[in-house]
Write a protein that binds this ligand. Structure first.
Ligand code: GLP
Length: 240
């Protein structure tokens, strides 16, 4: 099947479509395993999922989640932690069992051990039924940054200057953005996700989208192009 591109009229349409895809999976497999992203892009989808859960259309009680990435080091209570983001934007609004929530631990003493344990937890859960992703303006996926090579498994990544600049909007200043993060590797994402949903929204992503859609030579310079190696990817984009 490869990659299927769906062009959406606007962000609301994209968010609805994404929430419908997740909703259909939950109905078909109530104990499914989801891979979840952070960032501004998935917020609309999360809102719709909360609505669907509150109206009784979908049930999260048996669902397991694995977040894609987290800054490192960062306190869970920090305003900018992906831990806090996920509770504020999704988990506090749905009936998920907190024991089934997995997020790389930004407070872990040893990031390498945390990475290894996280990868094992994904394996023990049987992999991810659906991995939902966003894309960075530089083509990064999670915190798999453009470079000479990519790392396959969950690991500690150095953020590029581009990413630090792009993410500074969430912090008081650029200097407060952590320089490292824990992220699933491109190998984990490709090999351990049965299906992938990539959300691309807004003008700031136009260059990244064009490089992904147009050129698409598979290269570590553009981590998003590795998605072409997966057999079942849906891309929802509101960029025409
Ligand atoms: C961050 C995250 C990514 C996310 C990207 C895009 O750096 N590590 O997982 O996809 O930014 O975020 P946004 O949707 O806010 O543009």
């Amino acid at each position: 099947m490869g990659i299927v591109f769906n062009f959406c009229e606007n962000y609301d349409f994209l968010s609805n479509r994404a929430a419908d895809i997740v909703g259909e999976l939950l109905k078909a497999k109530p104990d499914c395993v989801l891979g979840l992203p952070t960032g501004s892009t998935p917020i609309g989808m999360y809102k719709k999922l909360i609505e669907k859960n509150k109206s009784g259309e979908i049930d999260f009680s048996k669902v397991t989640t694995f977040n894609l990435d987290e800054y490192y080091p960062i306190k869970k209570t920090s305003e900018q932690s992906y831990y806090k983001f996920m509770f504020d934007n999704l988990f506090d609004g749905i009936n998920i069992n907190p024991d089934n929530i997995n997020i790389p631990d930004g407070e872990a003493e040893n990031a390498e051990i945390e990475s290894l344990n996280y990868e094992r937890k994904i394996d023990r859960a049987g992999g991810l039924d659906l991995m939902i992703l966003g894309i960075g303006p530089n083509g990064h996926i999670g915190f798999n940054e453009p470079g000479k090579f990519l790392l396959p498994h969950t690991h500690v990544a150095d953020l590029t200057e581009d990413t630090i600049k792009a993410n500074a909007r969430f912090f008081d200043s650029e200097s407060e953005v952590p320089k490292t993060a824990l992220t699933m590797g491109m190998g984990s994402i490709i090999a351990k996700s049965k299906k992938i949903l990539l959300l691309v929204s807004g003008e700031s992503k136009k260059a990244a989208f064009d490089k992904f859609y147009g050129e698409a030579k598979i290269t570590a310079d553009n981590p998003s192009t590795f998605l072409y190696l997966h057999g079942d990817v849906i891309v929802l984009s509101d960029i025409s």
